[in-house]
Write a protein that binds this ligand. Structure first.
Ligand code: BG6
Length: 483
């Protein structure tokens, strides 16, 4: 147990993304994104998360298929309803709200020309967040890579993306850098390995050198992040930049030294590499060794490495949903889903209907590890659990499973604070039900606020408070004392 409270300046609230919430996929000049082309892939109970093979053939199909088949195109209509939605988040007492800009809304042609209508919308949105007493935390790119940049340049594999992204990102910083203090250049940058279309705009080609292409593309993102930070320093903006990895805490399957070694190796390539580069400013020895052993040439220039070393991020950003285990010999071991990964099932942990294992203690362990390794402030930018739920006959949603999940994880955060970890914020994913990133389901719900919509877009879109709404409001108000 702990008697710690969240500090007075702790940033607490919720996180959503443009692609999963806004809808309005072709309104006011916005162009198509990879998220707009992700169909519903509802897994059967017990089945691992299915993904679409995002190749040229699929892309051509998605461009002309019935728009109704792609749930993120409708989102939860946040684009038109954000004022009322933010009223609810303010009623929770949230001190922050994390959201993302849509690159395809701001620069629909991908050529650096700004769509002023997007700025009209984001001006209103950011002002609405601030006037309701919340500090905006803005992600510059969150899994909605513009299709036009795939068509014209082949995604982040092309070095030209660095400058295109810098133009896009600095246009946002120029306009909002006086009001938005916390910026996240790339959401869950470590998802690139498993979902390269989402983060890197790379089509699956079946090419043997795909891994090299993927790491080159990632390298371009590291350089772009550094360039944006450099620009902000030159402009003397009072802003902070965060890395952002989906942290899959990795335990050894047993105390066998070979399993411990396997866990160490997986932790490095799955999680740490990205923070080592973004927060410490260079490729770690194990990464350079991995590249040379696998004939991966990043084509990194001296100037790239200088930029990365000179402009690291100011805080460690992470999402935390589940942990994983690793073994030297995985034969015969049961597998389950951990977001985009398939991992070995941990017999000590429960899981939700999608197989994502629930592990609040892992969050405390992770926060302690990250503090020791990076010694920077840590921001938990996402944490939550998807549940399939329906209102009861009286119309209430008594989501005690959610208060248990979030409560256990918040207690772990308080314990980590008590351990001396410098956690500066926590934004729950997602305070309002939104479209699932991995499966495009509406019925994989995370919110304290229900949205009346099914997987196929039927429903009134009415918002309704769940039981967890009042519970979370009390947690925020009491700075965690009510937990
Ligand atoms: C993270 C993403 O990977 O997990 C979010 O940053 C996403 O965009 C969240 O929604 C939960 O995943 P899912 O697939 O259940 O929506």
């Amino acid at each position: 147990m702990t008697s710690a409270l969240f500090p007075h300046d702790f940033l607490i609230g919720g996180a959503l993304s443009a692609a999963q919430a806004e809808g309005a996929w072709e309104a006011d000049g916005k162009s198509l994104t990879v998220a707009d082309c992700a169909p519903l892939t509802k897994p059967a109970p017990g089945e691992p998360t299915r993904t679409v093979r995002f190749d040229r053939e699929f892309l051509d199909h998605a461009k002309t298929a019935d728009p109704h088949d792609f749930p993120k195109r409708r989102g939860i209509d946040f684009y038109h309803r954000f004022e009322a939605d933010l009223d609810l988040l303010a009623e929770l007492g949230s001190t922050t709200f994390r959201f993302s800009f849509s690159w395809a809304r701001v620069m629909p042609n991908g050529d650096g020309k700004i769509n002023q209508e997007a700025f009209v919308y984001y001006d209103r949105l950011i002002d609405a967040i601030i006037t309701r007493g919340m500090a905006p935390v803005m992600t510059i790119s969150h899994f909605d890579f513009p299709m036009v940049l795939i068509e014209k340049y082949g995604g982040w594999a092309n070095r030209r993306l660095i400058d295109l992204y810098v133009t896009y990102a600095t246009s946002l910083l120029e306009r909002y850098g006086d009001r938005v203090k916390h910026w996240v250049p790339f959401n869950e940058i470590n998802m690139s390995v498993k979902a390269p279309e989402k983060t890197l705009g790379l089509l699956r080609t079946g090419d043997a050198a795909f891994e090299q292409t993927m790491f080159r593309a990632l390298h371009h993102q590291f350089v772009a992040s550094a360039k944006v930070i450099e620009w902000s320093k030159q402009q003397q903006l009072d802003v902070r930049f965060g890395s952002m990895v989906a942290y899959f805490t990795t335990y050894a399957a047993s105390s066998k030294p070979e399993d411990v070694l396997a866990a160490m190796q997986e932790d490095r390539l799955r999680n740490l590499l990205y923070l080592d580069v973004l927060n410490l400013g260079s490729y770690p020895f194990y990464a350079t060794q991995y590249f040379s052993q696998n004939s991966i040439d990043l084509e990194a220039t001296e100037e790239d490495l200088r930029l990365i070393a000179s402009h690291p991020c100011d805080f460690v950003g992470m999402s935390y949903y589940n942990s994983a285990i690793a073994a030297a010999n995985t034969e015969g071991l049961e597998i389950t889903s951990a977001n985009v990964h398939s991992v070995i099932k941990n017999p000590h942990l429960p899981a939700n209907d999608w197989g994502w294992q629930i592990d609040p203690v892992g969050l405390r362990i992770t926060l302690n590890d990250l503090q020791r390794l990076f010694n920077q402030p840590i921001f938990i930018l996402e944490n939550g659990c998807g549940f399939n739920e329906e209102p009861d006959e009286a119309g209430a949603i008594n989501d005690t499973y959610r208060t248990t999940f979030i409560g256990d994880h918040l207690r772990a955060v308080l314990q980590a604070l008590d351990d001396g970890v410098n956690v500066i914020g926590y934004t729950a994913w997602s305070p309002i039900d939104s479209i699932s990133s991995s499966t495009s389901e509406m019925t994989k719900r995370y919110g304290f606020i229900w949205v009346d919509q099914d997987d196929h877009g039927n429903g009134t879109l009415e918002r309704r408070k769940k039981l967890s709404f009042d519970w979370f409001r009390d947690v925020i108000k009491s700075r965690g004392a009510s937990l």
